[in-house]
Design a protein. Structure first.
Length: 178
């Protein structure tokens, strides 16, 4: 534990978690904005995103405590109870991901994986001209954008509720210890 301006902090997000998180932010934004205009850079970004997702899944199995699936996967009833309590500003504070945040991590990994899978499928002759594959790719990308908006709203809500800057903690890796 360290002290920042008299407040004890604890390392929560390891450097790999933070690098992957912000790399996905930048690369998804780039890929989303270039999808129709810059085919080759869009595809390169997609392949890097796919590699980051695979590495993130591996890291969630073997990485630091708060990076592991076992630290933030909760039952649906616990997620919904947490969301209900959050809307009333009575949700408990978690040092790592809260139940809603953990569910969002899984939802985003699934959605981004679907985007990557369909993007890769379009590289093969079998599906290169398949309208359904392209449609699933686009719907998944737009659904991911919606999930990102929900994620940002959740970060803002939890930051206000618990009086801490969660976005900053994803930069520094540190959160208030108590």
């Amino acid at each position: 534990m360290a002290r920042t301006e008299g407040i004890r902090t604890e390392q929560v997000w390891d450097p790999l978690v933070r690098i992957i998180h912000w790399s996905l932010v930048v690369l998804f934004t780039f890929a989303y904005l270039t999808g129709d205009e810059l085919e080759e850079p869009h595809e390169i970004a997609g392949y890097i995103i796919a590699a980051l997702v695979v590495f993130r899944i591996v890291w969630r199995l073997i990485g630091s405590r708060h990076a592991r699936f076992s630290d933030f996967i909760y039952s649906p009833s616990k997620v919904f109870a947490f969301l209900r309590d959050s809307l009333k500003f009575r949700a408990p504070r978690y040092l790592g991901h809260n139940p809603a945040g953990g569910a969002m991590v899984i939802a985003l990994l699934v959605a981004i994986s679907l985007i990557c899978a369909t993007g890769i499928m379009m590289e093969f002759d079998t599906w290169a001209r398949s309208e359904w594959v392209e449609e699933v790719h686009e719907v998944a990308a737009n659904a991911t954008l919606f999930l990102i908006a929900l994620h940002i709203a959740g970060v803002i809500l939890a930051s206000m509720e618990h009086r801490e800057n969660l976005a900053r903690s994803m930069v520094t890796g540190r959160k208030r210890a108590e």
